[in-house]
Write a protein that binds this ligand. Structure first.
Ligand code: 0X9
Ligand code: ZN
Length: 444
């Protein structure tokens, strides 16, 4: 496009969409203090109200709008009581913490930090008899790392501790792996939406569940901070040498720094200055160490469609044969549902300092990494688009329920010990058979 055409088109665009036609200061406003803000809005009445306050609405989503606001318009919106979800400095690309950033419109179903908090809060308030939310620590940039606790015993819920067998699910250690947040969040939604169904009720009644969907909110927000993805992986530690970020999945303290991680601060697999140097991994360490009723743990990552188990930091197989057999049996069983490839993590590549090596190595927790869909970079890689979300969740629902089911005694997967959640359970001939194959068959 020729320059003059570009100017003509641009000014038509600005005059049309910003509503500053009558304002002599419009260009000045845009140059200086114009904010690009996101405001909660569910219907056209909400949108009209926002527009009447002087916001030029540029993007409409099902739950919110994005638009430009000058300083004075912003003040008006703040006074109005409308919920501001994002507040973005259009000129510098920098925003305040909460919800300053967002996904491109085509991926609006993905949850940014503010939306994740809102979704968790909504689930909690609708199920306040069995759900609490707590911050398990702050990130480098002082965001809360939120954990959802689901437990049907009021006392356990109040204390934050339980003697029921526990299962821990987490996501989004790596910033750009946004799908790894959606799956545990949807798991929470699913469990709570089906809490009255006999089998889910039996699981909820007898287990202590923790869901930490967003371990690395700083990184995830950074990845979406400009409206186009940055391919960011690490947290947002200022390394003090012009580089940023530590790879949280190289920062755990079991076999830290013994391979597949880097001392070079600019590396995407930078291990940090010491084991657990990062507040995010400290938060997970302290949380898990305080909840050793947890017998299983699942850390979601993307992508490649894999079910991985320790060790990841060395080639040796898990030394205790019984444990090794549990890992293999569980991995194979879960792969039967999601059709991913089960393997020891180091078969993929050696990487020391990951979550699952630490959880198993320090606490004997049967800890798995799932590398969710897609299969490859050519099929979307880290940014496969929102269309994939529902399928990936339904592929992984049964594996998640199975993890919860076996949390009472993971060794039962090696025995002829039927799940007590099964109504029409048929004694298997060859070890533990997961209870959900027939019970939840209709979910597919
Ligand atoms: O490298 C990682 O941290 C994980 N893959 S990802 O593409 N999501 O970054 C895999 C971790 C598996 N563990 C080991 N191979 N140790
Ligand atoms: Zn990852």
């Amino acid at each position: 496009m020729k320059t003059f055409q570009r100017i003509a088109v641009l000014s038509t665009f600005i005059f049309t969409v910003t509503g500053f036609i009558t304002s002599p200061a419009w260009s000045h406003s845009i140059e200086t203090n114009m904010r690009y803000i996101q405001i909660a809005a569910r219907n056209k009445q909400d949108r009209s109200r926002i527009s009447n306050l002087g916001v030029s609405i540029e993007g409409v989503r099902s739950d919110s709008v994005w638009g430009f606001a000058s300083e004075s318009v912003l003040k008006r919106v703040q006074k109005s009581g409308l919920r501001i979800l994002g507040n973005f400095d259009f000129k510098t690309g920098r925003g305040g913490h909460e919800g300053a950033y967002d996904f491109p419109m085509k991926d609006e179903r993905f949850h940014n930090y503010a939306e994740t908090l809102a979704a968790l809060k909504e689930l909690q308030s609708k199920n306040s008899d069995i759900v609490t939310l707590q911050s398990i620590g702050k990130t480098v940039e002082k965001r809360d790392i939120m954990a959802m606790h689901i437990n049907t015993t009021p006392r356990a819920l109040k204390d934050g501790f339980s003697n029921k067998p526990g299962a821990i699910f987490m996501g989004n250690h790596h910033a750009r792996e946004h799908l790894s947040l959606e799956v545990p969040l949807m798991l929470a939604e699913y469990l709570l939406a089906h809490r009255a169904d006999a089998q889910i009720k039996a699981l909820l009644d007898s287990r202590d569940l923790w869901i930490i969907p967003m371990v690395n909110p700083d990184g995830a927000e950074w990845d979406i901070s400009t409206g186009s993805y940055k391919m960011w992986r690490k947290n947002r530690r200022d390394n003090g040498d012009g580089t940023f970020g530590v790879d949280l999945n190289r920062n755990y303290g079991h076999g830290w720094g013994t391979g597949g991680s880097d001392k070079d601060t600019s590396s995407d697999v930078y291990m940090g200055t010491s084991p657990f140097s990062e507040p995010e991994t400290q938060a997970i360490r302290d949380f898990v160490s305080a909840h050793l009723n947890a017998k299983v743990l699942l850390s979601f990552h993307t992508f490649s469609e894999l079910v991985l188990y320790p060790w990841g930091g060395k080639n040796d197989p898990v030394e205790k044969i019984e444990d090794r057999n549990v890992f293999i049996k569980m991995a194979k069983t879960m792969s039967g549902w999601n059709k991913y490839t089960p393997e020891q993590a180091s078969d993929l590549y050696i990487a020391s300092g990951d979550t699952t090596d630490w959880a198993y190595g320090e606490h004997g927790i049967f800890a798995f990494t799932f590398e969710l869909s897609p299969t490859s970079m050519w099929n979307g890689g880290f940014y496969p688009g929102q269309k994939i979300i529902d399928k990936v969740f339904s592929d992984n629902l049964k594996p998640c329920l199975y993890m919860i089911d076996v949390a009472d005694d993971p060794y039962k997967v090696l025995k002829n010990s039927p799940s007590r959640f099964l109504k029409n359970y048929v004694e298997p001939s060859d070890g533990y058979q997961p209870s959900f194959e027939t019970q939840l068959g209709s979910l597919n």
